[in-house]
Ligand binder design. Structure first.
Ligand SMILES: [Zn+2]
Length: 204
């Protein structure tokens, strides 16, 4: 049976027309399952190849051409010169070393200069960089760099706290370990500014 016949959509309305890319990825997933000795006629594995292919394409959307968030900046008319923070922004990513999830929360702050951005854009920017095989260190750095380059703020800081399933499920098998990374620019090199960041973070 060809993959086109086996691939049905989840609505159950009939065979789905899968993109060439989904079918190419699905073929590799089938090869992997085959090497692992799995019976792909089992009802639970029958469409796993296509499901996994679609899932990867969804989780790696940040790699797509033109996926970069279009961030409109606004003039800082009020001359706001203090910290703007979005905290506890949840995210999911996949570690580049094992392709298993790492996930947690990001806290992002900047101090505007000439331009400000809409608050929802913090999460957009984070998601864009999270939706690809990623390292937490690189994710942290990419987000702070985006703020620096697009907004030219007085300063910016990003802290990410995450759990890595490659640490919890395999290898050293340490459930609950939290990895914390931070990156900063400009005014955040000042200890007092970093303390304000931490104060805002603690304040609920
Ligand atoms: Zn890993």
């Amino acid at each position: 049976m060809s993959i086109l016949e086996t691939a049905t959509d989840t609505s159950g309305t009939g065979p789905a027309v899968e993109s060439e890319k989904v079918l190419r990825i699905a073929k590799h997933v089938r090869g992997l399952l085959e090497e692992l000795g799995l019976d792909q006629t089992d009802p639970h594995l029958r469409h796993t190849d296509v499901r996994v292919a679609k899932m990867y394409l969804e989780m790696f959307q940040g790699l797509d051409e033109g996926a970069e968030p279009q961030v409109t900046t606004f003039p800082n008319d009020e001359d706001y010169s203090h910290m703007v923070m979005e905290k506890d922004i949840p995210f999911y990513s996949l570690c580049a070393h094992h392709l298993v999830p790492f996930y947690g929360k990001a806290h992002i702050a900047y101090i505007p200069d000439q331009r400000i951005i809409g608050l929802s854009k913090f999460a957009r920017i984070l998601d864009f960089y999270a939706r690809r095989p990623q390292l937490q260190e690189r994710l942290t750095e990419q987000v702070v760099r985006y703020f620096e380059e697009e907004l030219k703020p007085r300063g910016a800081m990003v802290v990410i706290e995450a759990r890595h399933l490659c640490v919890e499920m395999r290898g050293v098998k340490k459930p609950g370990v939290m990895t914390v990374t931070s990156a900063l620019r400009g005014a955040f090199h000042d200890k007092a500014v970093r303390e304000e960041f931490l104060d805002l973070l603690r304040h609920t």
